[in-house]
Ligand binder design. Structure first.
Ligand SMILES: Nc1ncnc2c1ncn2[C@@H]1O[C@H](COP(=O)(O)OP(=O)(O)O)[C@@H](O)[C@H]1O
Ligand SMILES: [Mg+2]
Length: 399
């Protein structure tokens, strides 16, 4: 197993369109499936955990329109939603963390159950909290808990739970928006890139100062995507700042400078993706990054460069990519077990390994995943657990 893997397995129940799923993750995992199948909802479940811990559960719910929008809408019994994450901490300790959240009247909510185990042996560190009451814990003194917050946030004050908390809030999720990258930005904290790229100029400034090798790598890949580009830096404009690109112009000896304002959507998205993949602050990197459709607005010829950047980044941190681009997946080296097929039927999302026939041709390298996607010949393994969903996944017990 690669040391870059933080989340090894994710189980979800009743989160948005996902009735239930149980997915193994790799250093680089590709979530593939048509529009509206639920790829973003899967990433959003992980993003939700990050937000609920980094800020508050209340805020994470509110930002998404409240619990009624977050839990799965279905006929009949109202749904509690729940998420279980199996992880390996940067120090190598495995463990798992799970919680379920239920609705109360007037758009209220409560954490029904929350369980955390750091280490899987008998004398591991753990807690079990139900509706705000500590039921069991290894800690001599556990901080006060309430039913409207995740207890891991409170437990982050204890040294044994801190590394998990830190790893969880170091996940980053990206849906880069060229419009936002193009606008002049307020100087702000540049230690980690925000979701749409709204602080990218500050991140580039932070990297230029603290990690010039990251800037070199961003520039190198950028010039492979757009051969005339020679680099990117942060430029102040009055009280604001923006990205400035150095671009070769025929007939001119030295490169010309172009502000983000005048660059194409594809260029701005590419620089956003490369910045997300290369960000580092005080030698620490995100534990996991989720990238939404990185191929958008990029020329198909740039797909192999983008893929190379994704593969390289996944040696340093875990990467999950949503995509439906045959060009991005046109590589015989992509292993079938790193593909997760996402499909929706009757408004319900299913996530499963790809079907056996696809696995077979991929392992023999007869086709690339991209070619199968183009031929519409890659789908979920209908015999897999994830597809049958015959029994309800128990989020709180080891299988
Ligand atoms: N609370 C919910 N309950 C049920 N379905 C939901 C809920 N929230 C969103 N959806 C469904 O999720 C689908 C969109 O999923 P999404 O992850 O954005 O797709 P993709 O990223 O694969 O294009 C929509 O069809 C929407 O109806
Ligand atoms: Mg999506």
């Amino acid at each position: 197993m690669s040391h870059s893997i933080f989340l090894t397995r994710v189980a979800i129940r009743n989160y948005k369109s996902i009735a239930q799923c149980d997915v193994q993750l790799h250093a680089l995992t590709w979530l593939i499936g048509p529009n509206g199948s639920g790829k973003s909802n899967f990433l959003d479940a992980l993003h939700f955990v990050r937000d609920a811990l980094d800020n508050s559960l209340e805020n994470a719910l509110r930002e998404r329109g409240g619990i009624s929008e977050v839990r799965r809408k279905s006929y009949g019994h109202p749904n509690n939603f729940g998420i279980r994450l199996e992880f390996v901490l940067p120090n190598g300790t495995p463990g798992r963390y799970a919680f379920t959240v239920g609705a109360l009247p007037n758009n209220g909510y409560e954490v029904k159950k929350e369980e955390c185990r750091i280490g899987l042996n008998a004398n591991c560190d753990y807690f079990l909290v139900e509706r705000g009451e500590v039921v069991d814990t290894s800690a001599a003194v556990f901080p006060k808990t309430t039913a409207d917050r995740l207890a891991l946030l409170n437990a982050s004050g204890l040294p044994e739970f801190r590394p998990l908390y830190d790893a969880m809030i170091s996940m980053g999720f990206y849906n880069l928006n060229p419009k936002i990258i193009r606008e002049p930005q307020k100087p702000q904290d540049g230690r980690s890139l925000k979701s749409a790229g709204e602080n990218i100029a500050s991140v580039i400034a932070h990297l230029t100062k603290g990690a010039p090798e990251a800037i070199d790598e961003i520039s190198e890949y950028l010039s492979k995507v757009i051969p005339s580009l020679h680099g990117v830096e942060r430029k102040a404009i009055g009280p604001l700042e923006t990205l400035m690109f150095k671009q070769e112009v025929s007939g001119s000896k030295s490169p010309w400078e172009f502000y983000a304002q005048n660059m194409s959507d594809g260029t701005l998205r590419a620089v956003g993706i490369l910045t997300a993949l290369n960000q580092v602050s005080d030698h620490s990197r995100p534990t996991l990054i989720g990238l939404e459709e990185p191929e958008t607005a990029l020329h198909p010829a740039a797909a192999s460069t983008l893929r190379e950047a994704l593969v390289k980044a996944s040696q340093r941190m875990q990467v999950i990519v949503t995509s439906h681009s045959p060009d991005l997946l046109d590589d015989p080296e992509i292993r079938s077990d790193s593909l997760v097929s996402v499909v929706a039927s009757g408004g319900e999302t299913k996530l499963a390994p790809v079907d056996e026939a696809s696995r077979d041709v991929l392992s023999k390298k007869l086709f690339t995943p991209g070619e199968l996607l183009r031929l519409n010949q890659i789908g979920p393994d209908k015999k897999s657990q994830g597809f049958l969903n015959s029994k309800q996944i128990n989020l709180f017990q080891e299988d």
